[in-house]
Design a protein around this ligand. Structure first.
Ligand SMILES: C[S@@+](CC[C@H](N)C(=O)[O-])C[C@H]1O[C@@H](n2cnc3c(N)ncnc32)[C@H](O)[C@@H]1O
Length: 198
């Protein structure tokens, strides 16, 4: 670890993790970034063996990927985020963490080839298109048609993934997950759902 790297103990709870964020990013935490307990449970499921490759669709400030990468050091966690400011925040956190099994990309997930990934984490990233309150910011366009486009795009990608693909969805309707995914377990009042494609 380099000087200034996040201390391992900092990952134990949400407050400690959030301390490294700016006041603006910290304020968004409760609603928009995954709780640490959810991250750990999802990461253990998504990375059942060393060498697993996980993509977080809509990685925000990088909390899921960084905490998961620390929790499962023998697997790789990748995040793609459409907002440049959040992507830059995630990059900064990666440097501070000293982890080398976490990677961030800036862009729209529809432009990414999802073939290389054995697992997918998805925290209802498109819902902001449907609500006018508590948005992260207004630097991007929001619309119901974008919601429908993204949701059906992801549905089709999930359908095409090979048998054995693992998916952890958080605050996502079962209707948005293709029928070929078997629900293996739920937790956190049914909000976290763990799936494997048949
Ligand atoms: C609810 S936050 C989750 C952040 C992170 N996954 C976590 O759990 O801490 C969803 C994020 O998805 C991003 N997002 C929404 N639509 C996207 C798209 N089409 N491509 C890439 N990122 C997107 C948003 O900008 C937001 O940062």
């Amino acid at each position: 670890m380099t000087t200034g790297a996040l201390n391992l103990l900092d990952y134990q709870d949400d407050d400690a993790f959030d301390r490294h964020f700016s006041p603006r990013i910290k304020k968004l935490s409760k609603l928009h970034w995954s709780p640490m307990a959810v991250v750990k449970k999802a990461a253990e499921f998504l990375a059942p063996s060393p060498g697993s490759r996980i993509i977080d669709i809509g990685s925000g400030a990088g909390k899921f990927c960084i905490a998961a990468a620390q929790h499962c050091p023998e697997s790789e966690f990748h995040g793609i985020e459409q907002r440049e400011s959040l992507y830059l925040t995630a990059l900064r956190s990666k440097v501070l963490s000293g982890l080398d099994n976490v990677h961030f990309m800036h862009g729209d997930f529809t432009e990414l080839n999802l073939n290389p990934y054995t697992g997918i984490y998805f925290f209802n990233s498109f819902a902001e298109n449907l609500y006018t309150f508590d948005r992260i910011d207004n630097t991007i366009q929001h619309s119901a048609s974008l919601y429908n486009y993204y949701t059906s795009y992801l549905y089709n990608i999930l359908e095409e993934k090979p048998s054995g693909t693992r998916l952890a969805s958080y605050h996502v309707s079962e209707n948005d997950i293709p029928i070929c995914y078997e629900l293996i377990a739920t937790d956190f009042k049914n909000n976290l759902k763990l799936w494997i494609s048949r």
